[in-house]
Design a protein around this ligand. Sequence first.
Ligand code: SF4
Ligand code: SF4
Length: 199
Amino acid sequence: MSSLQIQVRIKHQEELDPDFANSIAALPGGENLSRCIQCGTCSSTCPVSLYMDYTPRRIIAMTRAGFKQEVLASNTIWLCASCYECTVDCPREIKVTDIMYALKRRAMEEKVYPKRFPTPVLAKEFFKSVLKTGRSNEGLTVTWMILKTAPLNMLKQMGLGLKLLLRGRMALGVEKMEGDPTQIRRLMEQVEVEEKKTH
Ligand code: SF4
Ligand code: SF4
């Protein structure tokens, strides 16, 4: 008998989240979620589906079926490169890219993204920097991302950082927008209020 064992876990109906699909469908871009016919066009046109743990077609199916934990913890939503191929080609006019964004936001709200996965950490640091200074401050953003996800890589990345600094592609200090940066925070808060009103 082979020593290789494959574990299969079957999810029970009561473990699914029946409200998950509706909550995603209610977000901008999610309106056609229920129209998916599982044709697989999105997966076949997606340039990065090869590297995803679930293809875009499966993500749509699992979202509709209420597999909230699996969808939010998947690497798929973070590997999506926002190229919009799937959205353009979907025969049911489903905005797959926007759904990926909605899932990313939800994963960040619920903190269920893969541990030490750099993309959500990078996104958070980016938003933090923009909210605070009105600028993206790449150097600081990337430094925090590395420290929070793979601190041992810091030394390896220092050479690259130095080259970028010397070529003027990255700044050392903190850049701030002209005027009052709190305007950005107030603007974003207003967007959130408006978004909540539409749900
Ligand atoms: S292309 Fe559209 S209809 Fe086809 S599987 Fe993807 S989301 Fe569903
Ligand atoms: S938008 Fe994302 S999911 Fe859609 S094809 Fe591009 S990379 Fe794939």
